[in-house]
Design a protein around this ligand. Structure first.
Ligand code: ADP
Ligand code: ZN
Length: 746
């Protein structure tokens, strides 16, 4: 008779056999599978192939217990009868996804109300599930060359063989021989195929390679940051310092400390374009390159980098917000540079704030995070005030460089000539900088030639057929373009409204128009345009930076891309063409964002010996934003902002979630928005605003309505939203998108 003890209690067997597997698909949670066999139970994090209907999918064995706080977590779905479960087909020969990443996926999904599989999809996007096939090259074959008729080309090929195998291309160019010669040599056994060595991409970084001599103030801050890394636990630090004070230099010391411990570091930058100059500086400091990560990397490079991060080979990754989803195995530090930048917010697909989620990532990995900025966000400053973050401060520009002088140029008293946009005061100053051999920059955050094209006869405006937005003229490309949906059309020969001829006129400037004006005003100046559409690739950016540093450029004309972290030592004059541009619209952070952006632009001037000067062209010189920019009193400005937002529980003193309802017709959008509004929760302290037409009431052909939920900080909005929308039925063309902590209100 079998002893009793050999029979397992049923629920224990259940829990061992039932394996949750998260698939990169929009299911509410992991699906259950059986292990591949009774003695092969894959651990959480293992990547597996599983059957799904008639397909096969790659997924990740997930954790049984969620670590998401209960107030965020979605309730589990009903469990499927174990007898109906299918086994995992295969486990992949890839190291397991680290627990800190799995927890991050769960957390971000719960916080943003996204199906966790869609978050996992972001983490797996660069995972190469095919068995990597080694690329083959050539090495010496079995045949003895003495036995063969030798030609000069064959002799050169043999001479070009290295210790390690070489690719056909390398060999052909080294030996100046054709691939046909190489194939012929292989056919008679002079050459043999052999796997090429893996690329030595991720060279060792040396923390002692080229450390800077820090000023006493910098050294003190660096010491604090190093201590944070040494503590090997979560802490959040705001590193505040004016542009050029050495924030980068100082946080690189914390990076060095993590490297000494043999751990990994993630540095997030708001803009891909910045990574080239950053990477160059990094290489000078550590003697080898950091791994770069952003959405424009080629597939192969992404796969190599992803795997190198998982193997622990890539030690330092610098990247855009998507680098948050890389499988770090031994993270020791996260840095978010320019933490105030709204580019960290992802608006499409899974909406999340890269800076905030970086803090979560650091907390879940139990490592320190450093948030660096010259103009920290009110969110971060509020966290400092509440004692959640530490505050370190670098007071002065490095090497005694002074902060630029900021001067308001009142356009009412110093107007430009008719049809032009630059005040004579500004153009005279630019001329004088040229005379001194210095560089100048004009900043206007608007691409194209003119933001609006209007009929002088009937007032008709050229609008996008798919969006409630004006079409922007791009004169270089001879077309009108929508900056929201990408729609383009040629400039019509006559007004579409009244058929008048030659009546369409451009209204207002974009940078193309400023370029035109500058060319006419400074015919001898060498002008460079920097905009996201002219600096498409990182090579183009690197080349632009090189030209500026080599003084091959006199005048830079740029959009917001020029504002970010660049270091241009010969630039001493900055002109902001339209300082009022960002102030319009009902955006909660319009003032804060304008101050941050313009402060950042101003910070490009006078970073070396020569002092810098900044002109702000404005029609609202009495606006608090302009006053703050002139006085440089950023803290005072933030205090005013705080005083305005605190009483109404606006962020960061309360929580916001936006619901964006969209449909193919205005009626359907209205109906759905109204239904949602009628079912709005009634909870003390929680306020629902709307529904109202979105400022972009039509976007990409979809009609949009918005609702806004506002709650005090101590109320979690996720369960409220989940409950609110639980019973909602939408037709196939209707959509409700949730944006937690919205940054854009369009
Ligand atoms: P921030 O990040 O605050 O704008 P950076 O770290 O870019 O400042 O420093 C501004 C400039 O000053 C850079 O060119 C940097 O190399 C230089 N710099 C800052 N601190 C030092 C230092 N201790 N020694 C040498 N150069 C420094
Ligand atoms: Zn459009």
């Amino acid at each position: 008779m079998m002893p009793e003890t050999l029979v397992e209690p049923k629920d224990e067997r259940e829990s061992r056999e039932r394996l949750p597997v998260l698939l990169p698909l929009p299911f509410p949670g992991p699906l259950d599978y059986l292990p591949p066999s009774a003695d092969d139970i894959p651990e959480p994090g293992t990547l597996v192939r599983v059957p799904l209907g008639r397909r096969e999918e790659t997924g990740c064995v997930w954790d049984v217990d969620s670590t998401v706080p209960p107030d965020l977590a979605a309730p589990p779905g009903p469990a499927i009868d174990i007898r109906r479960l299918r086994p995992i087909r295969a486990t992949l020969d890839i190291p397991r996804l680290p627990q800190s990443l799995r927890r991050f996926v769960d957390w971000l999904a719960a916080y943003t109300l996204t199906p966790p599989g869609l978050v996992l999809a972001m983490a797996l996007r660069a995972c190469n599930t095919d068995t990597p096939r080694p690329t083959l090259g050539w090495t010496r074959g079995e045949t003895d060359p003495a036995d063969i008729r030798m030609t000069p080309a064959r002799a050169r090929v043999l001479g070009a063989l290295g210790n390690a195998p070489r690719s056909t291309g390398d060999l052909a160019s080294l030996a100046d021989a054709s691939p046909a010669v190489i194939r012929g040599m292989a056919a008679i056994g002079l050459l043999r195929e052999a796997p090429l060595p893996p690329e030595a991409h991720f060279a060792t970084l040396d923390p002692a390679f080229n450390p800077p001599v820090l000023s006493p103030g910098q050294a003190e801050v660096a010491q604090e940051l190093r201590a944070g890394v040494d503590a090997r636990c979560f802490s959040a630090t705001l590193l505040e310092g004016v542009t050029g004070s050495g924030k980068t230099e100082v946080y690189l010391e914390a990076v060095a400390e993590a490297l000494r411990q043999g751990r990994q570091v993630l540095v997030l930058l708001p803009e891909i374009a910045l990574s080239a100059q950053w990477a160059e500086r990094f290489t000078k400091r550590f003697g080898a390159q950091a791994a770069i990560w952003h959405s424009d990397l080629g597939t192969k490079r992404r796969r190599i980098t992803w795997r190198a991060v998982l193997d622990g080979q890539a030690r330092v990754v610098v990247g855009a917000r998507s680098a948050l989803f890389l499988p770090f195995v031994d993270l020791g530090l996260i840095v978010v540079d320019e933490e105030h930048d709204t580019a960290f917010k992802q608006e499409d697909g899974v909406t999340y704030h890269g800076r905030d989620m970086a803090v979560v990532r650091a907390r879940l990995a139990d490592v320190p995070i450093v948030l660096a900025s010259a103009t920290p966000s009110l969110e971060t400053v509020a966290n400092v005030e509440a004692g959640r973050y530490r505050h370190l401060h670098l007071a002065d520009r490095h090497g005694g460089a002074l902060m630029p002088d900021v001067e308001l140029l009142d356009m009412r008293t110093h107007p430009p000539e008719r049809g032009l946009f630059l005040s004579p005061v500004l153009t005279d100053a630019i001329e004088q900088s040229f005379a001194r051999g210095e560089q100048a920059m004009l900043f206007l955050n608007r691409r194209g030639y003119a933001p609006l094209t209007l009929c002088r006869a009937c007032g008709f405006r050229m609008e996008c057929p798919n969006c409630s937005a004006w079409l922007v003229e791009h004169r270089v490309r001879h077309e009108l373009a929508c900056h929201h949906c990408g729609h383009t059309e040629p400039m019509p020969p006559t007004c579409p409204g009244c058929q008048a001829e030659n009546s369409l006129v451009p209204i207002g400037p974009g940078i193309e128009r400023i370029l035109e004006e500058s060319r006419a005003r400074f015919p001898d100046a060498r002008i460079l345009v920097m905009a996201s559409d002219t600096l498409g690739s990182s090579q183009a950016t690197a080349e632009a930076v090189r030209q500026i540093s080599a003084r091959e450029v006199d005048l830079i004309i740029g959009t917001q891309i020029v504002a970010k972290g660049w270091h241009f030592p010969h630039l001493t004059l900055v002109g902001v063409v339209d300082a009022d541009l960002g102030l319009g619209g009902g955006d909660l952070r319009a003032a804060e964002r304008t101050v941050q952006l313009l402060h950042q632009v101003a910070g490009r001037a006078g970073r070396a010996e020569a002092p810098g000067h900044v002109f702000l062209q404005s029609y609202v010189c009495e606006h608090p934003v302009m006053k703050a920019l002139v006085s440089g009193d950023y803290q005072g400005f933030l205090a005013q902002e705080a005083a305005q937002r605190r009483p109404g529980f606006w962020p960061p003193y309360g929580r916001l979630a936006a619901l964006i309802v969209s449909a193919h017709t205005a009626e359907a959008a209205d109906r759905l928005a109204r239904t949602i509004g009628e079912h709005a929760p009634r909870i003390p302290g929680v306020q629902i605003l709307g529904p109202a037409p979105a400022p972009l009431a039509l976007l990409r052909g979809r009609h949009r309505r918005r609702l806004l939920l506002r709650a005090p900080r101590n109320i979690a909005v996720q369960p409220i939203l989940r409950h609110w929308l639980a019973g909602l039925r939408t037709a196939s063309q209707e959509k409700v998108e949730i944006d937690i902590d919205p940054v854009s209100f369009l």
